[in-house]
Design a protein around this ligand. Structure first.
Ligand code: HEC
Ligand code: HEC
Ligand code: HEC
Ligand code: HEC
Ligand code: HEC
Length: 233
């Protein structure tokens, strides 16, 4: 059988063979990066909504509490999206002629909910629950960042398993007094009063406060919180 490749090809093929592991490795890295990318996780994507609802305006400028609209966040797995009636409490009077609010008035008139598109999604085989996080002093800001400053909602975190686990291994980095769960701009400081009346005085650093709150709220150890069956039931 004649030689398929001339002898002069040898150095080239040797280089190619030698670089195979490098190519394989970098493909792996690229794939891993792909699965963590904003494109695949939906992070930072602005979703088209029937009405461009602004958290910046309603929360930061008008001072409306999260719980006025997301009424179930303290008591159930889902925070919930407010019904049209909640908006109409104000918009029957305020801005009641604006074109932007046409879909709102129509929804109210025909008694059909507005078709908001869900922005944050975890796969069906995982279990997530808002109330447990809120009741243990994990603030909205830890998972939704400064949504109170966003004119339009976007998902700020990957919501990948490694993101959940990263906090479940070290929750003290993200624990705050329960009184400040809905206060997105809060930072650890002396003089903060918790719901039970405890006034914080010592140090005012996250490390110190986190350790204290982990004990106070009976947050379990990392071994329990990284157990597969917690999130895959
Ligand atoms: C006046 C009512 C109102 C208030 C107050 C409000 N929200 Fe919302 N929120 C909405 C509406 C309506 C949507 C759905 C539309 C959208 O996603 O843009 C929404 C969507 C969201 C979403 C994304 C939901 C999804 O589809 O994944 C998050 C997260 C959220 N709000 C968090 C908060 C937090 C945290 C606060 C308090 C700092 C807050 N909201 C205060 C009305 C409100
Ligand atoms: C530990 C992380 C975490 C915290 C803390 C958190 N959220 Fe969420 N939130 C999520 C995840 C994950 C989803 C997507 C859940 C799903 O797939 O249904 C979500 C979804 C939502 C949604 C969409 C509707 C729903 O119920 O799924 C709203 C609204 C929302 N969060 C509001 C809030 C508010 C208000 C707070 C603070 C009181 C808060 N979240 C605190 C992680 C968190
Ligand atoms: C507590 C009262 C209140 C509630 C509840 C409320 N809004 Fe508003 N909204 C206002 C006020 C006040 C303005 C500003 C009017 C102005 O600028 O003249 C406003 C403005 C708006 C605007 C105009 C754009 C902007 O942000 O400036 C939109 C759109 C809007 N609201 C949608 C909604 C929707 C959808 C809901 C329900 C999820 C809702 N609002 C609930 C008080 C409210
Ligand atoms: C910022 C920190 C943080 C993030 C991010 C986070 N968690 Fe948690 N999670 C906690 C804390 C703190 C607890 C309360 C633990 C306790 O009570 O011992 C908890 C408890 C839970 C529980 C209840 C466990 C039980 O047996 O009652 C589930 C389920 C859960 N988390 C799922 C998730 C999932 C799924 C994600 C990712 C989508 C996630 N968590 C992201 C901090 C976090
Ligand atoms: C704190 C919550 C949490 C715990 C604990 C957890 N998972 Fe997950 N897991 C998730 C979430 C959230 C996803 C979905 C991530 C996504 O969207 O890709 C996931 C996805 C997965 C997937 C699908 C592939 C992937 O990686 O996305 C597998 C397989 C899996 N988990 C296995 C496990 C095993 C095995 C354990 C125990 C060693 C475990 N998980 C513990 C939250 C958790």
């Amino acid at each position: 059988m004649p030689q398929v490749f001339p002898k002069s090809m040898n150095p080239i093929s040797r280089i190619m063979l030698l670089s195979l592991p490098v190519i394989a490795a970098s493909t792996g890295v690229a794939l891993a990066a792909f699965f963590r990318s904003d494109y695949t996780t939906g992070r930072n994507e602005i979703v088209d909504q029937p009405i461009p609802f602004s958290h910046l305006h309603h929360v930061s400028e008008l001072g409306i509490d999260c719980r006025y609209c997301h009424t179930a966040v303290e008591t159930s797995a889902h925070a919930g999206i407010p019904p049209t009636k909640t908006c109409m409490n104000c918009h029957q009077q305020v801005w009641n002629g604006a074109d932007l609010l046409d879909p709102l008035r129509k929804s109210y008139a025909i008694d059909q909910p507005i078709a908001w598109t869900k922005v944050h999604n975890t796969p069906h085989y995982t279990y997530f629950n808002h109330s447990i996080h809120v009741s243990k002093g994990v603030g909205c800001v830890s998972c939704h960042e400064r949504i109170d400053q966003m004119p339009l909602v976007k998902q700020s975190k990957t919501l990948l398993m490694e993101w959940c686990l990263d906090c479940h291994r070290n929750p003290e980095k993200n624990l705050r007094p329960k009184s400040e769960v809905f206060n997105l701009g809060w930072t650890p400081k002396d003089g903060t009063v918790d719901n039970d009346g405890e006034v914080f005085a010592a140090g005012g650093t996250q490390a110190e406060m986190g350790r204290h709150l982990k004990e106070k709220y009976h947050v379990r150890d990392d071994k329990t919180l990284t157990n597969c069956s917690i999130c895959h039931r």
